[in-house]
Design a binder for this molecule. Sequence first.
Ligand code: M6R
Length: 609
Amino acid sequence: MCGIIGYIGSQKVLPVLIEGLKKLEYRGYDSAGIAVAGRRHVRLCRVKGKISDLEKKLNQESLDGNYGLGHTRWATHGRPSEENAHPHQDCTGSFVVVHNGIIENYLSLKKELINEGHAFQTETDTEVIAHLVEKYFEENLGEAVQRAIQDLKGAFSLAVLSPLDWGKIVIAKMGPPAVVGINEGEYFISSDINPLLSHTRNIVFLEDQEMAVVTKEGFQFFDFEGKAVEKKVEQLSWTPLMIEKRGFKHFMLKEIYEQPQVVRDTISGRFSLESKKLCLDELGLSPQKLKHFSRVVILACGTSYHAGLVGKYFIESLSGIPTDIEYASEYRYRDFILDRNSLVLVISQSGETADTLAALREIKKQKCASLAVTNVPKSSIAREAQGVLLTHAGPEIGVAATKTFSAQLTALALTALYLAQVKGKLKEKDLLTFFQQLQRIPHLMESILGKAKSIQELAQRYHAYSHFLYLGRWVSFPVALEGALKLKEISYIHAEGYPSGEMKHGPIALIDEKMPSMVIIPRDRVYEKMMSNISEIKTRVGCVLAVASEDDREILSNVDEVIPVPSVHPLFTPFLTTLPLQLFAYYIAAIRGVDIDQPRNLAKSVTVE
Ligand code: M6R
């Protein structure tokens, strides 16, 4: 949710912090601030608004130094405002804190601290941390932070500095991610690796209940009891180029266009043409073990949940294993029955979503096997799941997930085929046929992207509507949900995704000339049923836009608009039908002039519950 950056070294700190914050801005963007540490005091600059607003304000002030902290906020406690923007300070202004997460017991701590004479300036939960560090400080900042965090309940990754113990940044993690980037004579603190890519590839990932004291000379890691911890320096494979727009107007558009390559990269190296078998040894679960699972349970949130829903159809159709899917946020509070024969798949592009991570931890407590499908190699979910299947989508910066959805579908199709292989459910030739269908997908996606202009024109005709229904059946039902989510999150148009068979049970009452329906109707086993649903809408003067197979002539006379997609095996149509819906949402948002990469109220990585 929020993004934290810190630097200590010999570069001028301000550009490092600002550039870093820009790369973290997708995590939250309602207010921002920085602190630059001087020998005697710390200078702060904070604004309500985006990093560009912070930059404007900084142009009027000169903050010089080689050591400081920055923060971009997604508000949880306290409305977005300059006062509530981080960094926060104690009563004396000597201790400066940036924080990502939620301090659940902040009200009782605040009460106690006020009784002890501390004066609060903000409505945030974070400010208690600054006062606690002030309270416990004797002469060592690391020790004061260590004592302060004993009092905190909730989730946090935080960084603290003080002129009273100059030349140190102290960080601690309990929940949201925190990494340290290492370079010759300089160190970086960050919520994720993106800001570090242009500086270093050497990264240390903090685990929960770990803290670090970082100086210009080096770093030391401890657990929350103060015991030294040995950490491994990891080498990153992502490059700085991956987080540039490369000529596209928005990251979202660039990421939509990257999808063919992302599918290719996610397939790559996972099928042996020699043995005609899938090789997913990386899963960390042996074929012998996988063979014995009689049930799969998928847990995820948002777009990853929609990918999981498609994955359920893949797994059931290809491997014959009964598959359940649940929102990770709901799973945690249900009396969900799992047994040792269940394989749990957690799906999360970021690998940091708090609900999905918490669900994974529940599963581990129940000693069930877990497999993570994630895009971020060293993320918390990747590190904590028993096995990992990485999606090779590269960093996704647009808040609306696009390329990671396609990468997840690819990983789930591979998983389904692999389960079919280990269970002996598919003959060698059928496995090969499915794999070849998967291999065709990038090329077919390219042909859809080549016709983006017609979708842009369609957006021009429909951008003024206030409501949309998205309808699909079987594998197209999750596509309807995903299409509706894309439209609402980036254009702020109300859109509802529905299984079209449910129309007559209620939503059909909404149909009139002001409510267009986007119907996903490739040629598949439910085609005729979908045609009947279309006719029910048309009878009620509803306007129908159809994502349909390009060889379908029948559809032309039955709907108002057709978005053609190439034919592929019916099970794999979501790879192709989702693309035009992403483009449709993108172009409508562009016409409406909203902030496509950073839609209001959202954050890319939801690290609070
Ligand atoms: O990182 P995750 O895949 O776990 O994120 C899950 C959701 O927060 C995410 O998909 C969200 O719904 C996106 N805004 C969708 O575009």
